[in-house]
Design a protein around this ligand. Structure first.
Ligand code: NAD
Length: 505
């Protein structure tokens, strides 16, 4: 099948500041790969401190007027943006397939989930309503309002280059803030299409800005005195760093980290559904989803029957470049990711796990330099093995056999991560106990990837989230606004002097 668009290796990806592209003449650039071809397809400008400052100043200036823009006008812009996003779903899909490597249809699913959050942002007129209490005391009323925080910044990972930025900026901007996005340097182009569509939807220049780059750009945002809030999604070590550094600089922070999501398969589960779910959630997007299921726990004597079902299904998967919609799974994002994953497979074998399906030495004809790894399945894995304890972030599924739900729950308790988890069972009692006892933020019952819809909030527990509030949904509205409570008294006569503490009388 021919490529939809030939790679242009000389293309330069810039920043977007104050309503226009900026930064072809940066001092530093990074390589952006086409992971299917294993070749550099473009270079991306890396922002220095001065460029970040320019973006923050553009945001600060624009925020003053945007924060006062009538709610209905803001909502109108979001409705227009929503239409444009839908119209450009395929273009987003192709950009994501080309830079991230995921299959176009999977990428369009990412756009659909992002749209849910834009839908929710469209209801800003309702969500920004305050409260009012008449007569809290004689002739005294109390009411509350939520106001924008100011300039917010978002730092996002490579694996959802379109959806995760939307989780942040849609809610932040709806609340009247201006936003500076620092997307992943591995797949930055989706952010620039977003910037273009927001401008076409009528968003004033400077309200949404993109600075590309690496740690230099991130550190400039974390320490900038005019940035008021930081949202981060990425790996746990960087999330910890972001949380502590930004908080030390007086900012409110939400920092979502990595994951090791478990699926518990009970003896009474429908094993065909469980096998379908494990293959879909384990190998979709080549395992590079924060909500991927990377560990299964089989309870009782389900393991043999489940492993053979998974093996059958793996044999039928089509693996190849993302632009071909006929494929099920694409490459991983770059050579470093491929090498890290291959090394984990070696470690699992050396530790004595049973390698049921080995995805090493996997080649796609015509794409020999591409970063492909075949789906890999381990059985008889124990918690001490690195393939269990570490987030591999690739198409590697590991299974542990246990005797009871108690043991499965204990494993989940001992795991440092708490992003998502699921249970497959026909027992309501087992499911109810599971949802109540696991220390995990998002739980699926016979659902493998329980990413909440846009009007709920997304977030994990333990090492999967540093901060108080989850992302998007009503938590998002709380994170991106500051509360004010007003106590007012309007009456005609003078109350006189009273040094006592005010009461409700
Ligand atoms: P990453 O942590 O390497 O990078 C995330 C962002 O941080 C990027 O923009 C990157 O430029 C920046 N960054 C990287 N190193 C930095 C440093 N030393 N100092 C400052 N900034 C730095 O993550 P990734 O590899 O892009 O994405 C995969 C990770 O993200 C996985 O761990 C995955 O589980 C996690 N993730 C979590 C969620 C969630 O909702 N919890 C969602 C998606 C991805």
């Amino acid at each position: 099948m021919a490529r939809m668009q030939a790679p242009v290796r000389t293309r330069t990806i810039t920043h977007f500041i104050g309503g226009k592209p900026y930064g072809d003449d940066s001092a530093r650039f990074g390589d952006v790969y086409d992971p299917a071809l294993g070749e550099v397809q473009a270079r991306v400008a890396f922002a220095d401190q001065a460029t970040v400052d320019l973006a923050v100043q553009a945001a600060k200036t624009a925020q003053a007027a945007w924060g006062r823009t009538p709610l209905g006008k803001r909502a109108e812009i979001f409705f227009a943006f929503r239409t444009l996003m839908k119209e450009h779903a395929t273009q987003f899909g192709e950009i994501l397939a080309s830079e991230h490597g995921k299959i176009v249809s999977d990428a369009e699913g990412e756009v659909a989930r992002a749209l849910e959050v834009v839908d929710f942002a469209c209801s800003l007129t309702h969500l920004l309503k305050g409260e009012f209490s008449e007569n809290v005391s004689t002739t005294i009323d109390t009411y509350s309002m939520r106001q924008p925080v100011g300039v917010c910044a978002g730092i996002t990972p490579f694996n959802f280059p379109m959806m995760v930025p939307v989780w942040m900026f849609a809610i932040s901007i709806a609340c009247g803030n201006a936003f500076v996005l620092k997307p992943s340097e591995r797949d930055p182009s989706a952010s620039l299409l977003i910037a273009d569509l927001l401008k076409r939807a009528g968003l004033p220049d400077g309200v949404f800005n993109v600075v590309n780059g690496d740690k230099t750009a991130v550190d400039a945002l974390l320490t900038h005195p005019d940035v008021n809030a930081i949202s981060f999604v990425g790996s746990t070590p960087i999330a910890k760093y972001i949380y502590s550094t930004a908080a030390a600089h007086g900012k409110r922070v939400q920092a979502l980290g990595g994951a090791k999501n478990h699926m518990v398969v009970m003896p009474d589960a429908d094993l065909d559904s469980a096998a379908d779910a494990l293959v879909s959630a384990g190998y979709g997007s080549a395992g590079q989803r924060c909500m991927a299921i990377s560990a299964s726990i089989t309870v009782g004597d389900t393991a043999d029957a489940l492993m053979s079902r998974i093996k059958d299904r793996i044999g039928k998967l089509k693996i190849g470049p993302g632009f071909d919609r006929g494929n099920d799974m694409g490459p991983v994002v770059n050579a470093a990711a491929r090498d890290r994953i291959l090394d984990y497979i070696k470690q699992g074998e050396a530790a004595g796990a049973t390698l049921v399906v080995d995805g090493r030495d996997f080649r796609v004809s015509g794409y020999e330099k591409g970063f492909f790894i075949g789906p890999t399945l381990f059985d008889n894995v124990t918690p001490k093995m690195s393939i269990y304890s570490d987030e591999i972030f690739g198409p590697v599924l590991v299974n542990t056999r246990v005797g009871s739900l108690d043991e499965a729950l204990q494993m989940l308790r001992d795991n440092p991560y708490g992003n998502g988890t699921s249970i497959f069972t026909r027992s309501g009692a087992a499911a109810r106990r599971f949802q109540s006892e696991v220390e995990v933020g998002m739980i699926g019952i016979n659902v493998p990837i329980p990413v909440p819809v846009g009007y709920y909030s997304f977030g994990g527990w333990k090492a999967s989230l540093f901060g108080d509030l989850h992302i998007y949904g009503e938590d998002g509205f709380r994170f991106y606004t500051r509360g004010k409570v007003i106590t007012s008294r309007w009456h005609d006569s003078n109350a006189g002097v009273n040094l006592g503490f005010p009461t409700h009388k």
